[in-house]
Design a protein around this ligand. Structure first.
Ligand code: PAF
Length: 278
């Protein structure tokens, strides 16, 4: 059964005495199968599951899509209803940020400026601000994040170590559409033509994995291999990097087994990110 609440007081009433493990799946709504797979994993491992839906203003720059970001709470609830007993927590901006400044608000890490942080310098600071607050509000034992946002996942793990937060951060496999496109709430921004072109990203990832398993370890050559698959002139490649899986530092010359290939590219108005291990 689905129960919805808006405040921490209501949430605590629903959670009651908190016997057993509480799992949190933080989301911004516009749920898709990728989110549902996180919720399913939480339901399997935890006694109580909270899904938060909050479009977090601090992770959007003024020119980004905060206002137009899809807000579909009713259909999100309907999707969750099929999964099991879930508490949907939809706090207001005041409920989340009303307490004012916290130490996490000045939290910075070198990883914030890498990869997606290059074009979105505000982003990871904003994510940490809200995830820290959600952890404080919900008090989860476990929290579930998708590997689609691989950099975000590593940064949240680091934040938990830095602030000594006792939350087990569970990384869950990226979920793809049947043609290979990584699921994302922003995929709906694409035109039909862009949607057809978008699968070139997955073709690029597969080509790199194949080249690497055939013995090509040169980062420059693997990067060219990826780029060769983005044949549509509309692509604006943001980055294509091979990074250490935890440090997120780019390899400069040779890729190593277990590294992460991580890419971002813009197609029309949609910025797509993807990654895989090699
Ligand atoms: O990955 C997301 O949807 C968001 O960045 C998160 C973790 C819910 C924080 O707003």
């Amino acid at each position: 059964m689905i129960k919805r609440c808006h405040t921490v007081a209501e949430l605590n009433l629903l959670l009651g005495e908190r016997k057993g493990t509480v799992g949190l799946v933080p989301t911004m709504g516009a749920l898709h199968e990728g989110h549902l797979s996180l919720v399913r994993q939480a339901l399997e491992a935890c006694d109580q599951v909270v899904v938060s839906i909050f479009v977090n203003p601090t992770q959007f720059a003024p020119h980004e899509d905060f206002d137009s970001y899809p807000r579909t709470v009713e259909s999100d609830m309907a999707m969750l209803a099929g999964l099991g007993d879930v508490i949907v927590f939809t706090p207001s901006r005041d409920e989340v940020y009303g307490e004012g400044d916290l130490p996490v608000d000045s939290y910075e890490r070198p990883t914030f400026t890498l990869l997606c942080g290059g074009r979105r310098p505000h982003f990871f600071g904003g994510v940490c601000r809200v995830v820290y607050r959600l952890f404080k509000m919900v008090g989860p034992d476990k929290a579930y994040f998708g590997e689609k946002d691989y950099q975000q996942l590593q940064i949240i793990r680091q934040m938990c170590r830095d602030f000594d937060l006792d939350v087990d951060v569970v990384g869950c496999s990226l979920i793809r559409e049947s043609d290979g496109l990584a699921m994302s709430s922003r995929n709906q921004y694409m035109t039909d033509q862009e949607r057809a072109t978008s699968i070139q990203i997955y073709a690029g990832l597969r080509a790199v994995r194949e080249a690497f398993s055939n013995g090509d370890q040169s980062v420059a050559s693997l990067r060219r291999c990826f780029q060769s698959k983005l044949t549509d002139p509309q692509w604006d490649l943001d980055y294509c990097e091979i990074v250490g899986p935890q440090t997120l530092n780019s390899r400069n010359s040779e890729a190593i087994l277990g590294d992460r290939l991580i890419v971002a590219a813009v197609l029309g108005k949609t910025r797509l990110i993807d990654n895989c291990s090699i």
